[in-house]
Design a protein around this ligand. Structure first.
Ligand code: A3P
Length: 286
């Protein structure tokens, strides 16, 4: 199953970690509870960062939980083969992660009061981050050259499908009380303010000291040190973080160090076409 993808309802998934059965169960059978909080992203958009922030908000800034329980147990990816059971076993209120496109998400969410936090990131940085990740995550195919991988990314010929479809799909939920969209770039620019906005959405009140603790413990440096958050506990035959750390650079705009002017212009052409009419001004559009 290594390095082989299967298609599920038109989207590629890597074998081993995912299976058609687990995806079916996530979509049809997973019972969403009203107090569930979902951390949803297109891959490489800041999933584990948001996971850490939400874990810390839940524990009023106390880092003990984050330092003793791996992130994949605190907020399991419920669509994965192992994550489904983990998510079901966790006591409510549950934190749950997902990379699913909206059309494959748990059906029962749509008639629940559960909350979704959707984190978006400049897709050029997603591309660069994914390009590096694909070289250390064994279930993924070798990405080839960045130029080849760029075309695949723009066509949506990568696991979880097209970034454009994912973002457009989830953003249809804008305006619902239980949907909150934030960008990686906003987290970068103002982490404290972002945490305050997240607390308001979640109905949580954190005092100044607790807010400071969330910000300090969710910093790139703190997360890189934390073995429960940096994936150093995952077996190297699945994820080889000795080659490239999972928390690789942690900056906005790294694409400028990797894409040529021609590649960037190629990206922009597709971006303009695919995002037309969405009516959302992302920080990177400015
Ligand atoms: P880079 O590869 O650009 O460094 P995901 O969790 O969705 O897979 O996203 C991983 C990306 O988020 C990586 O980007 C990683 O470094 C970045 N990231 C994780 N935690 C972060 C933090 N605390 N601050 C900034 N970036 C973070």
């Amino acid at each position: 199953m290594f390095k082989e993808y299967f298609q599920y309802k038109g989207i590629s998934f890597p074998g081993l970690i995912y299976s058609p059965r687990a995806l079916e169960a996530a979509h049809n059978d997973f019972q969403v509870l009203d107090d569930d909080v979902f951390n949803v992203t297109y891959q490489k958009s800041g999933t584990v960062w948001m996971l850490e922030i939400l874990s810390l908000i839940r524990s009023d800034g106390d880092p003990s939980w984050c330092r003793t329980v791996p992130n994949w147990d605190r907020a399991p990816w419920f669509e994965t083969v192992l994550g489904l059971g983990r998510a079901q076993r966790n006591p409510p209120p549950r934190l749950i992660s997902s990379h699913l496109p909206v059309q494959l998400f748990a059906k029962s969410f749509f008639s629940s009061k559960a909350k979704v936090i959707y984190t978006v990131r400049n897709p050029k940085d997603v591309l660069v981050s994914l390009y590096h990740f694909a070289q250390i995550f064994r279930p993924y195919k070798d990405p080839g050259s960045l130029d080849q991988f760029l075309d695949k990314f723009l066509e949506g010929d990568v696991p979880f499908g097209s970034w454009f479809d994912h973002v457009r799909g989830w953003l249809q939920l804008r305006g619902r009380d239980n949907f909150f969209c934030i960008s990686y770039e906003e987290l970068q620019q103002d982490l404290r303010g972002s945490v305050e906005r997240l607390c308001a959405f979640l109905g949580r009140r954190l005092g100044p000291a607790a807010l400071d603790a969330v910000v300090a413990n969710a910093s790139f440096a703190a997360m890189r040190r934390n073995r429960m958050s940096n994936f150093s506990l995952s077996p190297a035959f699945i994820l080889d973080v000795r080659r490239t750390p999972f928390l690789r650079k942690g900056i906005a705009g790294d694409w400028k160090n990797h894409l040529t002017a021609e590649q960037s212009a190629r990206f922009d052409r597709v971006y303009r076409e695919r995002m037309a009419g969405l009516g959302v001004a992302f920080p990177w559009d400015a």
